[in-house]
Design a binder for this molecule. Structure first.
Ligand code: AHG
Ligand code: MN
Ligand code: MN
Length: 355
């Protein structure tokens, strides 16, 4: 299997790209210049990332219009409450990503939060597609109704099955450490696309006036420590003892609580300001709520590549987990390394489960 030359470097590129400092660098230009970082520099991944960039622009356009649904109506006219529109945007985003992934012909199959099973992507001419893509088309979608940020999360893997035949579910059930690229798009006060190919993390802000993602956050590094924790503290009484002790400690130390309820937005803030994001087991979700393959793994890769840590509440590295099913859930603790270490000590001290 071809590997990314820098996949294990966990952070800043050792050989920074030679980019012009005095003019705009678009996502497309950056992707093409970065191609040489791969030992299979054939442009395949370039095509895939560009497909995702196009889908992000289309979804951004629709998300931005979401507040107008009550005066413009929903496209098919059948439903017109904002709740229905929120539902529709999940499906709309899903369809657009699938459509765009057909452009380059590099993706042979997808798995999505919105599809129960994997979906084969028709090939382009006689091209043998080597990649599979997993995604959460719209993360935090319950926030749309109230004009709060949502996102898209994606993970790209090389398929394991024979390229002559159809892809199968085992192409998707790979450890997160095998991701060749991962990223997210945050539709926030501005829209930003953040991705990694295992050679550090870069962010591109959409300039709506020219319709291009432009390099705005070079070589992103998460602060070593932080002063904010991000968890749904409403479930406090349903947390295990070690998590309640840790949350008490955060409060004792005067850490600020920030929780948007859209994982992409919470992780993006933590990436920039430092902090820790937690979704532990609760009585309703004993294995955690978030999905391993298209929520936790890609965001874990981004955070690790920026110098952070991503583990589950059994203290296992997220990227080393062996997925058993497509929509598997897992618990998560992601963020600044010093804060995750602090949590680790609480788990080791108070957990009733063998670690
Ligand atoms: P999605 O909208 O894709 O279903 O994801 C929502 C997720 C995640 O983004 C967020 O962190 C979490 O659900 C919030 O869950 P709670 O409301 O239980 O805190
Ligand atoms: Mn989600
Ligand atoms: Mn979603």
């Amino acid at each position: 299997m071809a590997t990314n030359k820098k996949a294990e470097s966990n952070g800043a590129p050792s050989r920074p790209l030679n980019l012009p400092g005095n003019r705009i660098v678009t996502l497309d230009e950056f992707i093409i210049r970065s191609e040489k970082d791969f030992d299979y520099a054939t442009g395949e991944l370039t095509g895939l990332l560009r497909d995702i960039g196009v889908a992000a622009k289309i979804i951004n356009r629709e998300v931005n219009k979401a507040g107008l649904v009550s005066i413009l109506g929903v496209a098919d006219g059948a439903e017109n409450t904002s709740g229905d529109m929120q539902q529709k945007l999940d499906v709309y985003a899903n369809e657009k990503i699938i459509e765009c992934l057909q452009n380059s012909g590099e993706c042979c199959a997808i798995a999505s939060e919105e599809n129960d099973s994997i979906l084969q992507i028709p090939s382009v001419g006689s091209k043998q597609s080597k990649y599979v893509v997993m995604f959460d088309p719209l993360d935090g979608s319950s926030n749309i109704d109230v004009n709060v940020s949502v996102g898209t999360i994606f993970a790209i893997y090389r398929r394991k099955s024979d390229p002559e035949g159809p892809a199968n579910v085992n192409d998707f059930l790979q450890q997160g450490s095998k991701q060749v690229a991962a990223g997210y798009v945050l539709y926030g006060t501005s829209t930003i696309l953040v991705y990694t190919t295992g050679n550090g993390v870069n962010g591109f802000t959409l300039d709506p006036s020219i319709g291009e993602f432009c390099l705005s956050h070079r070589n992103m590094r998460i602060p070593e420590n932080g002063k904010f924790y991000s968890v749904n503290q409403g479930y406090y009484s349903k947390f295990d003892l070690e998590m309640r002790r840790y949350v008490d400690n955060c409060s004792d130390q005067n850490y600020g609580l920030r929780y948007i309820g859209s994982m992409v937005s919470d992780i993006h803030r933590i990436l920039i300001q430092g902090g820790i994001f937690l979704y532990p087991s609760t009585r309703k979700y004993p294995k955690g709520k978030l999905r391993l393959l298209y929520e936790c793994n890609p965001l874990a890769m981004i955070v690790e590549q920026a110098g952070g840590t991503a583990i589950n509440t059994q203290l296992k590295r997220i990227l080393d987990m062996d997925p058993k099913e497509l929509h598997q859930r897992c618990t998560v603790a992601i963020g600044s390394p010093a804060m995750v270490e602090e949590l680790r000590a609480f788990i080791e001290r108070y957990s009733a489960l063998p670690l």
